[in-house]
Design a protein around this ligand. Structure first.
Ligand code: NAD
Length: 263
């Protein structure tokens, strides 16, 4: 198995549709032992129930906006697992009203929240988890979307947060590379999760994606999971600071159709 004997932390499971859960399933199938987190008591039961499928999981609370919870998480992971080989960050949030209409209407508070939860949290998590990885080296993976480097209707402030997240991946890769720690992102095509449902018009986005992606289908949770298993494994040992697209090839298209009636 690809990840036999490896230990990882997965942050961002809310329910069975979460991309983080797809990743947890893939890396666990490949032999990794996991610590998984839940954001607040509301999600604890969901995560505990899902984690019954994992082998000897560690289940811990973590709100990424609270430094004391991140500190406690690092301490608990050290106590329960000793060290880590990889960290998966699959967390994002923006106020619902910011994910509709025009970006130009973004509020100061809406901007701050999106950046804090969806972008800074990667750096905040990395700061705490690097000491658990640096003895042997490791891999950090986050999740991003095409709405960062390009404009996607209604993605708005979350696109700006993803652009900052992708820049963070590059800066973290440069800082942590000399310590043997790699940092990469997976840019997933749209998948109907709780987070994605907050974006106005998500069903139309899914349909557009399915019609225009080279593979002519939507992205599946398991495809993201398997790509993450690759990025946290030694198979990707030469890759850092990069964004791997798992989107049926959608991002390579410049113009999808000349005659809309033909598709
Ligand atoms: P999801 O709703 O299942 O997961 C989002 C997670 O973020 C949840 O587990 C939620 O608890 C967590 N979260 C939000 N605020 C938090 C906080 N303050 N502290 C701790 N956790 C917090 O949705 P998802 O689509 O699986 O999202 C996971 C990641 O994938 C996000 O970064 C998202 O932007 C990214 N992504 C999703 C898609 C998609 O279409 N679903 C596409 C590309 C990238």
């Amino acid at each position: 198995m690809l990840l036999e004997g490896k230990k990882g932390l997965v942050v961002g499971i809310a329910n069975k549709r979460s991309l983080a859960w797809g990743i947890a399933q893939s890396v666990s199938r490949e032999g990794a032992r996991l610590a998984v987190t839940y954001q607040g008591e509301r999600l604890e039961e969901n995560v505990r129930k899902l984690a019954e499928e994992l082998t000897d999981p560690v289940i811990l609370p973590c709100d990424v906006t609270r430094d004391e919870e991140l500190d406690a998480l690092a301490e608990a992971v050290r106590r329960e697992m000793g060290s880590l080989d990889f960290v998966v960050h699959a967390v994002a949030f923006a106020l619902r009203e910011e994910l509709d209409g025009e970006y130009v209407q973004t509020s100061r508070e809406g901007y701050r929240i999106a950046q804090d939860v969806s972008s800074y949290s990667l750096t905040a998590l990395a700061r705490r988890m690097v000491p658990l990885m640096e003895a042997k080296g490791g891999s950090i993976v986050t999740l991003t979307y095409l709405g960062g480097p390009r404009v996607v209707p209604h993605y708005n402030v979350m696109g700006v947060a993803k652009a900052a997240l992708e820049a963070s991946v590059r800066y973290l890769a440069a800082d942590l590379g000399p310590r043997g720690i790699r940092v990469n992102a997976i840019s997933a095509g749209p998948v109907k999760t709780i987070a994605a449902s907050g974006v106005h018009g998500i069903s139309k986005m899914l349909e557009y994606h399915r019609r225009h992606a080279p593979l002519r289908r939507n992205t599946e949770q398991s495809e993201v999971g398997d790509a993450a298993a690759f990025l946290v494994s030694d198979l990707s040992r030469g890759v850092t600071g990069d964004v791997l697209y798992v989107d049926s090839g959608f991002h390579v298209m410049g113009m999808a159709e000349l005659d809309p009636a033909a598709s």
